[in-house]
Design a binder for this molecule. Structure first.
Ligand SMILES: N[C@@H](CCC(=O)N[C@@H](CS)C(=O)NCC(=O)O)C(=O)O
Length: 334
């Protein structure tokens, strides 16, 4: 099927009229348009990658929380469907957001349009890889000799159940910031309501109806998942293990996760570890906690190196509109 990319982009951009929420980063007339959300983990990975590469782009902030349809808007979903690579729709829920394990979600951020290549790209890992390949501004984030190591780390971060610990509470202890805790009550039902509103607008388009129906099924599964104590307990335990394993890979005193060179793996680890700290999970490396006794000092030292990176800070700490958390207050300048 041939697609008219510019028409799809125009359709996605039509409701995005707020100047503050649609701004150009870096060069004028950049080749990329990024549809993202300030707080979204996957968006932060992509923004950090763009910043590491010093690449310009138009940043369309799709506010996932406002009463507007945002990421459920038919124009935006049509754009994402143009990138579908053959992966089936995600309809279940495991607390992760990897396309590899969950399937394709037609109504999430981020989405990248590369005007020069004439492509729509979805999935943060695929987007970062693409940006790295087509931009020459700065050094490669995936050097050929490190490709396997980088891929292994990207897969580990992708398989971390970040979504579970954002939307759901550990049954014995909700360590998340209070504001988030309150905001998440009933969130899946609110999302489903919005998706149904969007679905009503496209009854004559079977491809969109299928996309919205899959998304509704996924959100219903998500609602059940976060209400199941054993699943939530297992998600936290999984993250405890992932961080303990990470510690072992630093046994040889390496500076970055793949050795002495900073790679795309470090970009995504920074975003992941900061999110875990933001949520109140620094006990993962500090230890001495009811949910994790053992400290992981090499991971802690790694977080200090990562969180100081200017590109990371610009994308995931200082980017306007990111909700604040007392758990990371020492990382804010003001
Ligand atoms: N595998 C995708 C996952 C994207 C994803 O789950 N995005 C979340 C934010 S990090 C989202 O847009 N959620 C909004 C929703 O489900 O309504 C990626 O890495 O880009």
């Amino acid at each position: 099927m041939t697609i008219d990319l510019e028409e799809l982009v125009a359709g996605a951009n039509a409701p995005l009229t707020d100047v503050e929420m649609n701004r150009t980063v870096g060069t004028e007339s950049p080749r990329f348009e990024l549809y993202h959300f300030a707080f979204s983990l996957c968006s932060q990975k992509v923004r950090a990658c763009l910043a590491e590469k010093n690449a310009g782009y138009i940043a369309h902030d799709i506010n996932l929380q406002m009463p507007q349809l945002g990421n459920y808007d038919p124009g935006y979903v049509r754009l994402r469907l143009a990138a579908r690579s053959g992966a089936g729709f995600a309809t279940g829920y495991t607390g992760r957001s990897s396309v590899g394990t969950e399937g394709f979600d037609p109504a999430v951020v981020p989405t990248l349009v590369d005007h020069e290549a004439g492509m729509v790209i979805v999935d943060s890992v695929a987007i970062c890889r693409h940006i790295d390949q087509v931009t020459q501004m700065q050094g490669a984030l995936v050097a050929p000799d490190l490709a396997d190591d980088v891929a292994r780390e990207l897969a580990i971060v992708d398989a971390t159940p970040h979504v579970a610990v954002l939307y759901g509470a550990h049954p014995d202890m909700d360590f998340r910031p209070e504001r988030l805790r309150k905001g998440m009550a009933g969130v899946h039902d609110r999302k489903i309501q919005k998706i149904k509103t969007a679905r009503e607008m496209v009854l004559a388009e079977p491809a969109l109806i299928a996309a919205y129906d899959a998304k509704i099924a996924k959100e219903e599964a998500g609602r059940d998942y976060v209400a199941t104590p054993d699943l939530m307990r297992a998600s936290v335990n999984q993250i405890v293990s992932i961080v303990a394993d990470l510690e072992t890979r630093f046994a040889d005193q390496r500076e970055w996760i793949c050795g002495d060179r900073f790679t795309l793996s470090d970009v995504v680890w920074a975003v992941s570890l900061f999110r875990l700290k933001w949520l109140g999970m620094s006990f993962l490396w500090e230890g001495g906690h009811q949910l994790n006794a053992k400290s992981q000092p090499r991971v802690e030292a790694y977080t200090a190196r990562l969180f100081e990176r200017p590109a990371f800070r610009a994308a995931a700490v200082d980017w306007p509109g990111i909700a604040r958390s007392d758990h990371v207050s020492e990382h804010y300048d003001v």
